[in-house]
Design a protein around this ligand. Structure first.
Ligand code: BGC
Length: 742
């Protein structure tokens, strides 16, 4: 007991310090680095708890909360979605909103946009800001970030993830997690693992090689745990090796807890638990959202019927369940509590603040990708452009609403049309014509939404009106893409095709015919086909930008911000150019889905098959130009314990300040087993004033050269010849240099 008093005192000092200094992404308050102090509190609490109190902590008591131990003053755990803002308060037992008036959050850009910034500072800012929002709302677990790999452009939830590359997502997830947790809020990284499609997500069994699992699908989770020190992780809905991921021996007990040393809490996805015996034995710690045995829908007060509730208690009381296994789970939950809502070093947080809105805007501006800019149509020059026509439903549609569990009640949302109008002011005339229309979003997301299927839309009439207006405009800004409706970028289902929905392709083709000065802004979290790519001069991918979306888009269109985002996934020309579709294994046979493409996901497949993408992984233009110097290395060979440094200069050769994302790929020349032609192993975003030059260096060691050896069950490297490639995208390599691993 004495020890505990001492640690609390230390905690009080930390609290004083914490309130004086803003929480930074990298540094945790001293108390949280004192594992021994936390463990002492965990053990002290554990030995005071009854069996029932222990079991109570392992399952939900409401939609998003689980009980504490009131007798011991241990508070409840309150989780919240995640991952783009703090979800609205919902009714105790329901998904429906509770109609609070003080829970309108700042909506941050979708994680795809963060990934497109290729900037760890933006990831840290994101984590810090959303963590502060969660803390203020008294949530101690944020259900995010999501880091499932982008396997197919049809996956309805890709917008909640960080793209197709394990290195990029691993690098960005770490500062996000640290930023959140510096607020005394646990990041719950999701969905572990292999939840790469929404179709059949509740039961589909993923068959994947150990290599692809470790090289492609696990690295971001591993980085979140081993480097980011995430305090929670969410099991996925699907199965792996015929066991649901929420209670999966290999994923949870072996890889996560044993191999990676995870000491946090495994939280089930909502309704992802199916079996008491497996939930006890296979690494699950907390159960949420179960549709309990014998019921097909939720029912009030059913929490005692959860798999880890009365059924577990009965086994413990009968002596048929092992109490050490129970104690391990309870220790993890207590550790979560002492790290978060019982941490004396917890800051206070802030909510809906202008600072958070501006943080979101900054991230949105850095993530927007200029895909194409022929004839230098962009940025638009208001001294020459007097009549601007804005077309497209997405210019005038809220995108923070819908999409499933990440749907938000935002404090405000600047729509693209509003952003453009505000930026243009009196300098030009802005006219808006809708041009196309989608059915309403699901009733779950918007009260009293009309039944989507019954809506009668006259696409031809809407189109004709827009095309007629285009003829007399100086410039047309088309804002379209996907949205958060079912079967678009939305949870629970996948897209039906790569094409833009609602006849947008016909509309865009006709608009650009009527007015060649047409810029297309795509709002989406997924790649889309662009049959009109050769006709349309300027194309921008702006993602879902959150609260400040419209201002960020306008800033890029009118050149206040020089675009600097790059694609975190490949845009294939057609669906068959994506490996999951080329090899036919999507969405599987409703029982299994086999990842036949193995490690060849995204650009790794394009490289292997020599397929030219529509827009490559890592691609993104700027309003200025950059020139790369000659790539050099500090040595020609390295030993297994050594490292090697590659250096290249980058010069801003244009007249505007801008930022370039320099990418390093590594290639093994004569591998003994199939390997990708090249893999991303480094990147740096450099900000350069017009005319300025900078040297960029990358230091790697053998881990950047390694592969997962399935026979040995570990990472390995083989001596031989390698090549470092540097460039502006996976398809724009400006320099190469060979080296040898001895
Ligand atoms: C989603 C999770 C989410 C949870 C709680 C589930 O349906 O898959 O990502 O955090 O619901 O809303």
């Amino acid at each position: 007991m004495k020890k505990i008093i001492v640690s609390l005192k230390a905690g009080v000092c930390a609290l004083a310090l914490a309130s004086a200094m803003p929480a930074t992404a990298q540094s945790l308050p001293t108390y949280l680095n004192n594992a021994a102090a936390i463990e002492a509190r965990v053990e002290d609490a554990l030995q005071r708890m009854t069996l029932r109190e222990k079991v109570n902590m392992l399952h939900a008591q409401s939609k998003f909360s689980s009980p504490g131990v009131p007798r011991l003053g241990i508070p409840e755990n309150w989780t919240t979605d995640g991952p783009h803002g703090i979800r609205v308060e919902v009714l105790w037992d329901e998904w429906n909103g509770a109609d609070w008036t003080n829970d309108s959050c700042i909506a941050f850009p979708a994680l795809t946009c963060l990934a497109a910034s290729w900037n760890t500072d933006m990831a840290a800012l994101y984590g810090k800001s959303i963590g502060e929002e969660a803390r203020y709302r008294n949530k101690n677990v944020l259900l995010g970030p999501g880091v499932n790999i982008y396997r197919t452009p049809l996956n309805g939830r890709n917008f909640e993830y960080m793209g197709e590359d394990p290195y990029l997502s691993s690098t960005l997830v770490v500062p996000y997690v640290q930023g959140v947790q510096a607020n005394g809020v646990a990041a719950c990284v999701k969905h572990y693992a292999l939840n790469n499609q929404e179709i059949d997500r509740g039961h589909i069994n993923v068959i994947v090689s150990d290599r692809a699992l470790h090289e492609i699908y696990l690295p971001a989770f591993k980085a979140a745990v081993t480097e980011g020190k995430a305090w929670a992780i969410m099991g996925a809905y699907n199965q792996y090796k015929n066991e649901h991921c929420c209670h999966n021996q290999i994923l949870l007990n072996k890889i996560l807890k044993h191999d990676w040393g995870f000491d946090g809490v495994v939280i089930s996805d909502w309704g992802g638990v199916h079996n008491t015996a497996q939930a006890i034995a296979n690494g699950l710690d907390m159960e949420f959202g179960t549709w309990t045995d014998g019921m097909t829908t939720n029912k009030n007060g059913a929490y005692s019927m959860y798999y880890l509730a009365d059924a577990y208690l009965a086994q413990l009381q009968a002596g048929t369940a092992n109490e050490e296994v129970l104690n391990d789970k309870v220790r993890r939950v207590l550790r979560l509590v002492f790290r978060t809502n019982m941490s004396p070093a917890r800051p206070y947080g802030s909510f809906g603040s202008p600072e958070h809105a501006q943080a979101g805007r900054k991230i949105a501006e850095e993530g927007i990708v200029l895909l194409q800019n022929n004839k230098k149509l962009l940025p638009l020059d208001l001294s020459k452009t007097k009549k601007i026509l804005v077309v497209g439903e997405n210019a005038n549609k809220k995108m923070t609403v819908g999409g499933g569990s990440s749907s938000l009640k935002a404090k405000y949302e600047v729509l693209p049309l509003e952003g453009i109008q505000a930026r243009v002011g009196a300098a030009a005339q802005v006219t808006y014509v809708q041009g196309y229309e989608s059915p309403a979003v699901r009733a779950q997301d918007v009260k009293n939404a009309k039944d989507p299927e019954k809506k009668n839309i006259d696409a031809a009439a809407l189109r004709a009106e827009a095309v007629a207006a285009a003829k007399s405009a100086d410039v047309v800004i088309f804002v379209g893409g996907l949205n958060k409706n079912d079967r678009q970028d939305s949870e629970g289902n996948d897209r039906k095709s790569l094409d833009l929905p609602y006849e947008q392709d016909v509309l865009i083709a006709e608009l650009v015919k009527a007015n060649p000065n047409t810029a297309v802004v795509i709002i989406s979290g997924n790649a889309v086909a662009m049959p009109w790519v050769k006709q349309v001069p300027a194309i921008v991918e702006s993602w879902y930008g959150g609260t400040e979306a419209g201002n960020a888009i306008a800033a890029v269109l009118f050149g206040d911000v020089n675009p600097s985002g790059k694609l975190p996934f490949s845009f294939p020309v057609k669906l068959a150019d994506n490996s999951a579709h080329a090899l036919g294994e999507y969405p599987g046979n409703h029982v299994n889905v086999t990842y036949n493409e193995d490690i060849f996901v995204g650009y790794r497949w394009h490289d292997k098959e020599n397929l030219k993408p529509l827009f490559a992984f890592g691609h993104g233009l700027s309003y200025t130009t950059f020139e790369y110097g000659k790539l050099s290395a500090n040595k020609t060979s390295l030993a297994a314990t050594d490292n090697i440094t590659f250096t290249v200069s980058v010069k801003n050769t244009g007249t505007r300040d801008g930022a370039e994302i320099v990418q390093l790929y590594i290639s093994e020349k004569a591998p003994s087993l199939p390997r990708p032609v090249k893999e991303l192993k480094g990147f740096k975003k450099v900000f350069l004033k017009a005319g300025k030059e900078q040297t960029v260096s990358f230091t790697i060691d053998k881990t950047a050269l390694s592969y997962y050896n399935e026979t040995a069950g570990e990472w390995a490297t083989t001596a031989g010849k390698f090549e470092a490639l540097v460039g502006a995208s996976s398809a724009d390599i400006t320099g190469k240099i060979g080296f040898v691993l001895k």
